[in-house]
Design a protein around this ligand. Sequence first.
Ligand code: NAP
Length: 293
Amino acid sequence: MALESYQLGLTGYPLDHSLSPMLHRQALHFHGLTGDYRLYSIPPAPEGRPALAGLLSRLRTGSLHGLNVTIPHKQVVIDFLDELTPVARRIGAVNTIFLRDGRLVGDNTDAPGFLSDLQRFLEGFDPTEGEGPRQALVLGAGGAARAVAYALVTSGWKVTLAARRLEQAQEAAVWLGEAWIKPALLQPAALIELAPLALIVNATPLGMVPDVLENPWPAGVPLPRLASVYDLVYNPLQTALVRTALESGLRATTGLGMLVDQAALSFEHWTGKPAPRLQMRQAAAQTVGGVVR
Ligand code: NAP
């Protein structure tokens, strides 16, 4: 049933740099809805478990109408839910929770949010077109990397997941259960050996404010000649990795568009109204301090 007022929020730890309140307030305002989007900072389990349980019970009783979840609760929160969408089940992580027919449902909007922004980014551009399945390299093997790998594989990409701990990449590949996901070590020797890459995605936090000089791509290894680069980090608007890629003549973007698209999908779950993506993108870019693509 459509409401006039929505109490929404995000739980995670820490939540210092979140743009989500601004994005969702913008969307509420656009539709003339009242309510708010608040931050619920809850420390990791086991310490934070009772607080997490309390917050989720507010969704059941209707004093909260929608919840986003971020690090470190994306997996732990599954214990408190009645149902997962097929995407959340495959990825094994939840970032959006809502009540449907009295049941708490967990979804993952990171995967479709990434895919829609990637399609916008690559529109009309595919240097390896016609040479078989496109090859992508994902740096990192945490929750976001799993969502990205799932999104890529389900749209026809072959994916290498490269992590500093090989066992984490192996676990992710096994969990996703895809013959097209190959685990690798995030180190120069392994990266140089990879087949021609059409896409590199950074799904580590390297390069995020305040450590803006950090770069997940190993120094001294040239970036593949045909690759486009998508950095999930969106603050700063131009990361060290994106700068390196642009200086090498490659196409590159940060993940602000994904942030907006995953938020838009959450908002649509909760309110049933179309999210004002353009206004959200402009507001996000203004906040981070740049021009939106
Ligand atoms: P996560 O679950 O903590 O995973 C982070 C991954 O990065 C892990 O594989 C971790 O390895 C690796 N990593 C961390 N520090 C590293 C280092 N110094 N060198 C090499 N690898 C390192 O986090 P997540 O949820 O996947 O998020 C990852 C990034 O994506 C964050 O910056 C997040 O803000 C961003 N993100 C953006 C969007 C968007 O909408 N644009 C959406 C989701 C996430 P270890 O386990 O060994 O530490």
